[in-house]
Ligand binder design. Structure first.
Ligand code: APR
Length: 313
């Protein structure tokens, strides 16, 4: 059976681990945090739900002891600071970039073959940073943003349609930012029927707008960024890797000409399996969607340039 490590035992990391233990995705899940005792406490708390929820996964919590993460198949990076109300994901770059770079290097010392899932924000830039600083093959670095944004898109569509979310398909590509993500309304369906043929354009536009600020809306309510959907979305991605599912999920990956972009990590639909992301799926964007994607890529690229200014890459 597999081993999974989650770096950062805060709201998102602990929720992600908790979903994964309940799905028994691994025989061992290690939670690591820099804050003394937090990961140990949350891991033990989770283990004590084993007989109640019916799983046998062992959960181990450690404070900065990377040796305990050795030989992990997948490592999920959630360490860093979350958004506060009024902040964009991009505002976090100064602090999170240093943390993510450091964490990725430590992880690989003990798990040189791991697939790395990046959740820390600004996620597109953190994924690019992990790719550039670890030198890993591009298929082993996957940023988690599009799965979450798509899940929010489907949630808002289900509310607008008064239909179960599981009957709805919808994909969000582009950057994982309030102004950079692109909910692809044209491709969204309700059991195969285009939602644009059911909802009027005003309602569709509102769903798209609500999706784009989905995270910010929650940050306003909660005073910090959300965790249930981000944690579950991270777990869904890990599940697709561990179980070699070959699911198509929108993920932040390194492009080399696909969707007209190069030298960037940004959200596109990819096939996920045991070797990481296996291939990019071409959705054949129309001119308007491609223009939005190019604009999104420019915004992500300008954020990435901060990494150079900070001498991190
Ligand atoms: N090594 C390990 N853990 C660290 C480090 C580090 N160098 N630096 C910070 N952490 C830990 C913190 O101690 C904290 O427990 O990361 C955890 C982050 O948890 P929260 O503050 O609860 O933040 P959370 O809501 O989980 O968000 C984490 O995910 O969705 C993104 O934008 C969000 O970037 C943020 C990240």
């Amino acid at each position: 059976m597999s081993k999974i490590t989650v770096i950062g035992a805060g709201n998102v990391g602990a929720t992600c681990a908790n979903v994964m233990v309940q799905k028994e995705l691994a025989s061992e899940i290690v939670l690591l945090d820099i804050k003394e005792g937090v990961a140990e406490g949350k891991a033990l708390d989770m283990m004590q739900t084993a007989t109640l929820l019916g799983f046998d996964t062992r959960v181990i919590g450690v404070t900065s002891d990377y040796s305990k993460t050795a030989d992990s198949d997948v490592v999920v990076i959630t360490s860093g600071i979350p958004r506060k109300p009024g902040m964009t994901r991009e505002d976090l770059i100064g602090i999170n970039a240093g943390i993510v770079k450091d964490v990725a290097q430590n992880v690989l010392k003990f798990s040189p073959n791991a697939i790395i899932v990046v959740i820390s924000n600004p996620m597109d830039t953190m994924t690019y940073l992990a790719l550039k600083t670890t030198g890993l093959p591009k298929n082993r670095i996957i940023g988690m943003g599009g799965i979450l944004d798509s899940s929010r898109f489907k949630c808002y569509l289900s509310l607008a349609l008064n239909a179960p979310a599981s009957d709805i398909q919808g994909v969000v590509i582009g950057g994982h930012g309030d102004t950079t993500m692109i909910p692809l309304a044209r491709f969204a369906t309700y059991n195969g029927v285009p939602v644009t043929s059911i909802l009027d354009s005003e309602t569709t536009n509102k769903v798209v707008a609500d999706t784009m600020v989905g995270g910010a809306t929650l940050t306003k309510f909660l005073g910090t960024s959300a965790w249930y959907a981000p944690g579950a979305a991270g777990a869904a991605l890990v599940e697709a890797i561990i179980r070699d599912e070959k699911k198509v999920y929108p993920c932040c990956v390194a492009l080399d000409g696909e969707y007209g972009q190069k030298d960037i990590c940004i959200g596109v639909p990819v096939v996920i399996g045991k070797t990481g992301w296996e291939k990019v799926v071409d959705f054949k964007l129309n001119a308007e969607e491609q223009a939005a994607f190019n604009k999104s890529a420019e915004a992500v690229r300008s954020m990435n340039s901060v990494l150079k200014d900070m001498n991190l890459i």
